[in-house]
Design a protein around this ligand. Structure first.
Ligand code: ZN
Length: 167
């Protein structure tokens, strides 16, 4: 490709997704194309931020898979488990606060994760076990807190009742 001839934007973005290509090589040395790519990157970043403040539902499972795939020192394992537990709890709580109707969907999603995601369950169990041996009291408090918030959420769900679309 002629280095002085800018490639078609469609080609450039296709190669951007693929991660390599002559158009991408050109953009590395061309100020105009680099500016286009930077603008595209910023716009994509804004879109992701707008789309959903929550992490994707597969995040915990994928993190768990990575954690269990890598042999890590026990201490780090505990912190990873704690971070994941806290993230899940905060994410779930935030979701509940944002929408009562979400509770039903959350339950269904959680159930499907538990049924399909055996590595996830095993990861949580091993994480919980590691936590229990080092920070039993903290875990007990967290679990009690989680139980209370779940009960509160259920009570609110019963109070509002299912919407016609959910019924
Ligand atoms: Zn160019």
């Amino acid at each position: 490709m002629n280095p002085h001839l800018c490639p078609d934007l469609e080609v450039l973005f296709t190669e951007l997704e693929a991660g390599e290509g002559p158009a991408l090589d050109h953009a590395a040395e061309c100020a105009a194309c680099a500016a286009v790519l930077e603008e595209h990157r910023l716009m994509e970043q804004d879109l992701y931020r707008l789309a959903d403040p929550l992490p994707p539902p597969t995040l915990v499972a994928s993190v768990m898979a990575r954690v269990s795939a890598e042999p890590v020192p026990r201490r780090r394992e505990v912190w990873s488990g704690l971070a994941i537990l806290l993230t899940s709890m905060l994410g779930g709580l935030g979701y509940l606060v944002m929408s009562d109707q979400a509770l039903g969907r959350l339950g269904t999603g959680l159930a499907s994760v538990l049924v399909q995601g055996r590595p996830f369950v095993e990861g949580v169990l091993s994480g919980a076990h590691a936590l229990w041996s080092t920070a039993g009291l903290t875990v007990a408090c967290s679990l009690a807190f989680l139980l209370l918030t779940s009960l509160y959420g259920l009570k609110r769900l019963v109070g509002t009742g299912p919407t016609p679309s959910e019924a």
